[in-house]
Design a protein around this ligand. Structure first.
Ligand code: HEM
Ligand code: HEM
Length: 158
């Protein structure tokens, strides 16, 4: 059955902006462990890559919180009616949201509160997020091109 309803335009714009920023920041993460060590030793931190990782990460956190408020107020298009697969999709979506909040938050606490012990859990959660987002994207493409139910149109900016 073709999918008709869409997410609201702000939800769609936030979905894509956040997705792009997460992927970009994943690549900028390289070297952050070393930067945190330097910071703890009192060495002044310079370098565009480091600032970009920190502030893009903070921006992602703020945008995700705004998106969550919108999601709770505006809801989402109806489930597809596939029973078990609907439950899986719901679990996947809320897991992605949880990782998008907790992951950057751990990074921010480790950086701003000088807590290196949170660095590894942060990096781990961000890696898990990237893998699950890849799975999620593959599922969306499967719907679009194999099941041909037009699911992607729910997230397509007009
Ligand atoms: C870092 C990358 C991504 C993240 C973190 C992410 C996260 C999410 C989340 C949390 C939702 C649930 C929205 C809600 O119900 O409030 C969602 C929905 C959706 N995403 Fe993504 N996404 C990413 C990339 C992609 C990509 C690359 C595609 C397409 C190939 C895609 C296609 C979709 C579609 C079609 C929906 C709607 C699904 C439905 O209504 O059942 N996403 N995404
Ligand atoms: C979209 C959000 C984010 C993503 C995708 C992300 C991704 C990553 C990745 C993949 C690493 C591991 C890099 C490596 O070891 O090769 C890392 C490390 C790190 N990130 Fe982030 N990060 C995000 C947000 C943040 C934020 C908001 C902060 C701080 C304000 C931050 C601070 C750090 C620090 C301090 C490390 C080093 C951890 C350690 O090895 O001890 N990150 N990040």
């Amino acid at each position: 059955m073709p999918v008709s309803a869409r997410y609201s335009t702000p939800q769609i714009l936030l979905h894509w902006a956040i997705a792009v920023l997460i992927v970009v920041n994943w690549f900028l993460g390289d070297g952050m462990g070393w930067a945190l060590k330097q910071k703890l030793e009192g060495t002044p931190i310079t370098g565009t890559k480091i600032s970009l990782h920190v502030w893009i990460g903070v921006a992602v956190l703020v945008l995700v919180l705004i998106r969550l408020v919108l999601r709770l107020k505006q809801g989402a298009p109806a489930l597809l009616g596939h029973g078990f697969l609907d439950r899986m999709a719901e679990w996947m979506h809320w897991t992605l949201y949880a990782l998008m909040v907790v992951g950057p938050l751990l990074g921010a606490i480790s950086w701003f509160q000088n807590m290196p012990a949170l660095g590894d859990p942060h990096a781990l959660l961000m890696n898990v997020l990237l893998w699950l987002a890849g799975l999620h994207a593959a599922a969306a493409l499967y719907h679009q091109f194999i099941l041909k139910d037009g699911l992607l149109s729910r997230m397509r900016p007009m």
